[in-house]
Design a protein around this ligand. Structure first.
Ligand code: FAD
Ligand code: MLT
Ligand code: ZN
Length: 453
């Protein structure tokens, strides 16, 4: 008999925010990729930190597992419950969307965990500043989610990832206590970096209820180029030339012919007349950026390029539509690998992929794209039969590890890659992480099955 009693949670969050109806709960129980559907006794939708604390206290006393969920755009199966019979709730932050008043002097803004990336950027813009994290899921991805996954996005090359933007955090621990570090100081070395620990914790250590984010200067004038290149190595020569010209690099996004073709076939306007093995989208800032970027491209001598004044949304669309068109184009849920490869090895890795894919004992269409300056490639293997998918992922990730890469660059480990943790971290490392997990969540209630198998 489940220890879950809806009345207990209705007394905390209000009856309408204890979702037990199967149809109403559906959108919370299947992840964005469609690969995973889990089971929960209810979806609980608190409005405040106090309510989250009361919910966790009630869960702890009843051994009920808690899956924190923000925008449910995660791509590694960490945001939905397992399909088991353990008493479980999904704790959704979708009602916790307050955005505080941005502070132009301290250059920061405090938000509730359920505030979207787009809402945070809108607040930053209102004081002439900018939120450094940007990603195509900006309208749904939330403050709690990007911190919990330590999300990257397109401006890591300029500002670093989400962890680098966290000044303060408020979170509810498994015992219902509230951890709050909330000051705009850029230097505060008193004790362990608990906000930094919660970044990348994927809902396994605490429920983040608020984040104090740093804001950065708006980049001023920008220009965006789409450049045809024949080899990945050309990317880094281009980036060096742009920097030597005194321009600031804001984004470097790599695409392949196959990916661009899919996006164009979906209706987007192609940027360049011909097809090249690769295209790279370069976003830069500085004085007269478009003219200077065009001059750099002339000097370097590229096969083809187009340069537009920022924001150049049509050029960005060619990059940002990759995820959705790939999901639609694949006959099966695509195997999505989010890997980091040492920059010098990226070309060889992608070349090997083109040899490997057709020779495997199953149909496979590889489409690669990603944040090239970070060494971060998104390797999507399309059309692989379900029963062959884990073998394909296994083979691919083994190649990444062989090349000194990471099996998870920015999406986190989730459930999808939990089996790889002990393959890529040594026993002392895993033991230290398990010790932290046990100290923070001794009953293993927070997102069981995520990060650790
Ligand atoms: P969810 O998916 O709801 O949850 C993700 C993880 O965080 C889960 O483990 C969950 O338990 C945990 N979590 C969520 N909220 C909390 C909380 N309040 N407290 C504790 N744990 C919590 N990712 C990138 O890094 N870079 C990209 O460029 C990028 N682009 C994307 C483009 C598209 C079209 C899509 C669909 C996804 C993309 N993603 C990208 C992946 C995804 O958007 C990020 O992982 C994002 O951080 C997830 O945020 P979310 O609010 O949707 O979190
Ligand atoms: C992106 O960069 O678009 C994302 O990380 C999503 C993906 O990998 O599909
Ligand atoms: Zn990405």
């Amino acid at each position: 008999m489940s220890r879950f009693d809806p009345a207990v949670f209705a007394a905390i969050v209000g009856e309408p925010h204890v979702v037990t109806d199967a149809d109403a709960a559906r959108r919370f129980l299947t992840d964005w990729t469609g690969r995973r559907t889990g089971r929960a006794d209810a979806v609980i939708r608190p409005r405040s930190t106090g309510e989250v604390a009361a919910v966790l206290t009630a869960c702890r006393g009843r051994g009920i597992a808690v899956v924190p969920q923000g925008g449910n755009t995660g791509l590694v199966g960490g945001s939905v419950p397992a399909d088991g019979d353990r008493p479980t709730i999904v704790l959704s932050t979708e009602r916790m969307t307050d955005v505080g008043t941005p502070d132009p002097v301290e250059m920061c803004v405090g938000v509730q965990a359920g505030a979207t990336v787009a809402a945070i950027e809108a607040a930053a813009t209102s004081v002439g500043a900018h939120f450094a994290v940007d990603l195509a899921s900006r309208d749904s991805a939330t403050a709690g989610g990007i911190v919990a996954t330590n999300a990257g996005g397109v401006h890591v090359v300029r500002h670093g990832g989400t962890r680098a933007q966290v000044l303060g955090i408020e979170a509810v621990l498994a015992d219902g206590s509230v951890l709050r570090r909330w000051n705009p100081l850029r230097k505060d070395n008193v004790g362990y970096d608990l906000p930094g620990l919660l970044a990348g914790s994927e809902g396994t250590l605490a429920v983040i209820t608020g984040v104090l984010f740093a804001l950065v200067e708006r980049p001023g004038q920008t220009a965006v180029a789409m450049v045809a290149i024949d080899s990945i190595d050309e990317v880094f020569a281009l980036v060096a030339a742009v920097r030597t010209a005194g321009l600031t690099v804001e984004a470097v996004e790599l695409m392949t012919k196959a990916g661009v073709r899919l996006v164009v076939e979906s209706g987007s306007r192609p940027a360049l007349a011909g097809e090249s093995a690769f295209q790279v989208l370069l976003e830069v800032s500085g004085a007269e950026p478009a003219q200077r970027l065009a001059d750099v491209l002339d000097t370097v001598g590229v096969a083809d390029a187009v340069v537009e004044d920022g924001p150049a949304r049509a050029l960005w669309e060619l990059r940002e539509k990759h995820t959705e068109v790939i999901a639609r184009a694949s006959a099966t849920v695509p195997v999505k690998l989010d890997v980091a490869i040492p920059r010098r090895g990226m070309g060889g890795f992608v070349a090997e992929l083109d040899v490997w894919a057709p020779s495997e004992p199953y149909p496979c269409r590889p489409i690669v794209f990603g944040h090239a300056a970070d060494g971060n490639l998104h390797v999507n293997l399309l059309d692989i039969p379900d029963e062959e998918q884990s073998a394909a992922a296994e083979l691919m990730l083994a190649k990444v590890v062989e090349r000194g890469g990471s099996v998870s660059a920015e999406h986190g480990v989730g459930r999808d890659k939990a089996a790889w943790l002990e393959r890529v971290r040594d026993s002392a490392d895993v033991a230290a992480m398990r010790a932290i997990k046990h100290a923070w969540d001794p009953e293993g209630l927070l997102n069981p099955g995520v990060l650790f198998v």
